[in-house]
Structures are given as C-alpha cells and as structure tokens.
Design a protein. Structure first.
Length: 170
C-alpha cells in the first residue's frame, strides 16, 4: 500500500469518527425558553421540562449523584459585576456541610462568563458543584448549575464545558 492510499484511509477514518461524534450529540431546544444547547451524550436525560410557569430545565447524567444540571435565568442590575452575581449565588450553597469554595475561572463559549467551583459533603459523600455564569445581555445572566459526586463531576468536566460552550440564545 502506498503512502497516498494510507493517508486517504486515515482521513476517511477520522471523518467517520467526527461524524459519529456529531451524531451522538443531541440538542436541547424548547419554544418556551429563548436558549438552546447541545448535550454530548445520550446519557443526559431531561427530568424537568420547561413550561410557561416554570422556565427552568433539569437534566441528570445517569443518576442524580453522578451529574445533575439545572439551568436558571437571573435578572440582574444593568451595572452588576459578574463576580458580585457569583457572590450572591454562592451564599445559597455556603451553608452546605463541608462547603469549600474554589477559584473562579473566566469562561468563553457562544456566551462569555465565569465558572464558580465548590465542594461540599452530602450523605457522607464528597460532592462538587460547577456553576457557569453566562452573560446574555447587560441585565440577564444564565446559570448552568452542575452538581454531583466529586469524582464523577470531575470526570464529566469536558462534557459540562461542552454544554456551556454550546449554550446560546435563539
């Protein structure tokens, strides 16, 4: 087999893998909400569908302890600094047993924002939270709240990042 045929076969294999990866992703979109995002695996299942009275959506990754996602829309003041919004939201989780805040990180996807990481204990298990604060406009911030067992959530980080990167407004 010459080099050209070999390179051609490798290229075909790479394209087939890419196509399989794209096909494995599913997109969330609902007429009730003004956002959409992609889920990297079919294992993410919707547990709460948005409605006219409750625009929130929730997903679990297999089991709720493995990975849990809630999407919330926050209305903030026009001059609100994102770190202040994060500080306000972190007050809701500071009372959890064993709470330890980790550093904030800048994040960029289709929307820009910050990520807030923290750890806590629930039912004697080490848990973690990873909250993405994505600014949609001067008065709107979407929060993608991921939580789960610490090791499980750490292994899901590429997926949580992917979901947050694809989060966009319609």
């Amino acid at each position: 087999m010459n080099k050209n045929k070999f390179h051609f076969l490798v290229l075909i294999a790479v394209l087939a893998l890419c196509a399989a990866n794209v096909a494995a992703q599913s997109a969330f979109s609902d007429p009730v909400v003004e956002y959409t995002f992609s889920l990297p695996e079919e294992k993410w299942t919707m547990t709460v569908k948005p409605s006219a009275t409750n625009p929130n959506v929730e997903y679990v990754y297999g089991d709720r302890r493995d990975g849990f996602l809630t999407v919330r829309k926050l209305t903030v003041g026009k001059d609100a600094v994102l770190s202040d919004v994060i500080q306000d939201e972190s007050q809701n989780v500071q009372l959890r047993p064993g709470y330890v805040a980790n550093k904030e990180e800048n994040f960029a996807g289709k929307l820009r924002g910050s990520v807030f990481n923290f750890e806590y204990v629930a039912s004697s298990r080490p848990m973690a939270g990873r909250y993405y604060f994505l600014r949609a406009d001067p008065t709107t911030v979407y929060v993608l709240r991921f939580s789960g067992e610490k090791d499980s959530l750490r292994s899901l980080r590429p997926q949580t990042d992917s979901i947050a990167r694809t989060f966009s407004l319609k």
